[in-house]
Design a protein around this ligand. Structure first.
Ligand code: LLP
Length: 417
């Protein structure tokens, strides 16, 4: 079995730090997301320490898990933030996050989002096209501001990950083609309300091999030198996010080895280094608790129908992603192979296939590694209220998001007169 250091069995019951998940299920019901504060804290500190003396800024990728309690924890640890929408910007500002530590990524920033980010003077816009650069210049001019810009280049490297989350190939929608970047920097330099200040890439997510990172970093450092030889002063390099975590048998590099690989080609260059980790900070700090509603044995399959579904955790349905599923209370009876499925009316609604486990109706299960892209990708499909979120801090339990109510589901809908 895979080890999850902050979710361990104590006297046959799976616990988050010192709190049994059984207790949390009794108090808050299921499905329910549970996070470990110590796991979040440790993951952040490991990244931060990996840079040692190098000038750096960690910009947590808010999309991985945007709960304001989590943003607040990271802000207090000194984190910056990578945002991709006006909504994420407001979340960071809500917890008192420093705008001077915010980078704004994304291929389709709209005018309202750009204005909001300019008005609080964020650290940098990670620009993904010439058209965006021109719009940014125009809006900044209207507001009498200078927009700090980093061009997100597409280094055309194979991230060797699921095709839906690979972003650094030339056929992907992301970034500026590598060979066109230099030209864009030169034209950006001439724009009245743009200051070209950074250079960045993000090649994909859940990367468990260092070589694509090294390849992209090497290419981009080469570009940096060419830009500087043309008198374009670059203050920071942003290496994006993407470090993978262990869901099953993956063996991802440590934060230290990852940072070392990214920075290897920098040698004596003293540019400030930014990274935008999401999953690697929160992924293994969370689980989704769910209860078995029914067992159903057919001549072909055994199904465990649980109360969590694809609307709570979309990753299995969307990417065929594997999440370990553990019993909260160990049951010594003979294990059977189960299809662990949700109540949603789609065959694609599953959490795990062919899991060998001993189960009874009413048992609690923990879907592991659900801290990243779990709650953040949840929906109300099948008119299912969103699950609550709970943070455990050693032996204390804090509700950080209430379960959605049925009334909230249609509170914004209007019947025709
Ligand atoms: N920076 C940018 C510009 C990004 O697009 C992303 C993720 C990150 C940073 C953070 O990447 P991370 O460190 O979390 O890999 N929903 C998918 C993952 C989508 C990632 C999108 N971009 C999943 O559940 O696997």
């Amino acid at each position: 079995m895979i080890g999850f250091p902050f979710f361990t069995y104590r006297a046959s019951t799976l616990s988050a730090e010192s709190v049994s998940l059984d207790k949390i299920a009794r108090e808050f019901g299921t499905p329910c997301y549970v996070y470990s504060q110590a796991a979040l804290d440790k993951a952040y500190r490991e990244f931060d320490a990996a840079f040692s003396d190098r000038d750096h800024l960690l910009c947590y990728a808010v999309k991985a898990n945007p709960n304001i309690a989590i943003l607040d924890l990271f802000a207090k640890l000194g984190s910056g933030f990578d945002i991709v929408s006006g909504g994420e910007l407001q979340r960071v500002l809500k917890v008192g996050g420093d705008p001077k530590k915010i980078v704004f990524s994304g291929v389709g920033k709209n005018s309202a989002e750009i204005q909001a980010a300019l008005s609080v003077n964020i650290l940098c816009f990670n620009v993904e096209s010439e058209a965006e650069l021109l719009v940014l210049n125009q809006i900044a001019k209207g507001m009498n501001k200078i927009a700090p810009v980093s061009i997100r280049v597409n280094p055309d490297v194979d991230a060797k990950t699921h095709p839906y989350i690979a972003t650094g190939l030339k056929e992907n929608k992301f970034g500026v083609p590598f060979n066109e970047a230099e030209k864009l920097y030169l034209s950006g330099k001439e724009l009245s309300n743009i200051r070209m200040t950074g250079l960045d890439f993000h090649i994909g997510s859940q990367l468990t091999d260092l070589s694509p990172f090294s390849e992209a970093s090497e290419k981009v450092i080469g570009l940096l030198d060419r830009l500087e030889s043309k008198k374009i002063k670059i203050d920071h390099l942003d290496f994006g996010g993407g470090l993978g975590i262990r869901y099953s048998k993956e063996n991802p590099p440590s934060a230290q080895n990852y940072i070392t690989a990214l920075c290897a080609g920098l040698e004596n260059r003293t540019h400030r280094i930014l990274i935008e980790p999401g999953r690697s900070l929160v992924g293994n700090a969370g689980v989704l608790l769910t209860r078995v509603e029914y067992l159903k044995h057919t001549p072909h399959r055994n199904f465990a129908i649980v109360d969590a579904a694809m609307n709570d955790l979309l990753r299995p349905a969307l990417y065929n992603a594997y999440h370990e599923i553990l019993p909260v209370i160990i049951n010594e009876q003979k294990a059977k192979s189960y299809q662990i499925v949700g109540p949603v009316c789609e065959t694609g609604d599953f959490l795990g296939y062919d899991r060998k486990i001993s189960l009874s109706q009413g048992d609690l299960l923990a879907v592991m590694s659900a801290g990243a892209y779990g709650m953040s990708m949840s929906s109300n499909y099948n008119s299912r209220p969103r699950a609550p979120e709970v943070m455990v801090d050693y032996d204390s339990i804090h509700l950080i998001r209430k379960r959605e109510s049925i009334d909230e589901l249609f509170a914004n809908e209007i019947i025709l007169p």
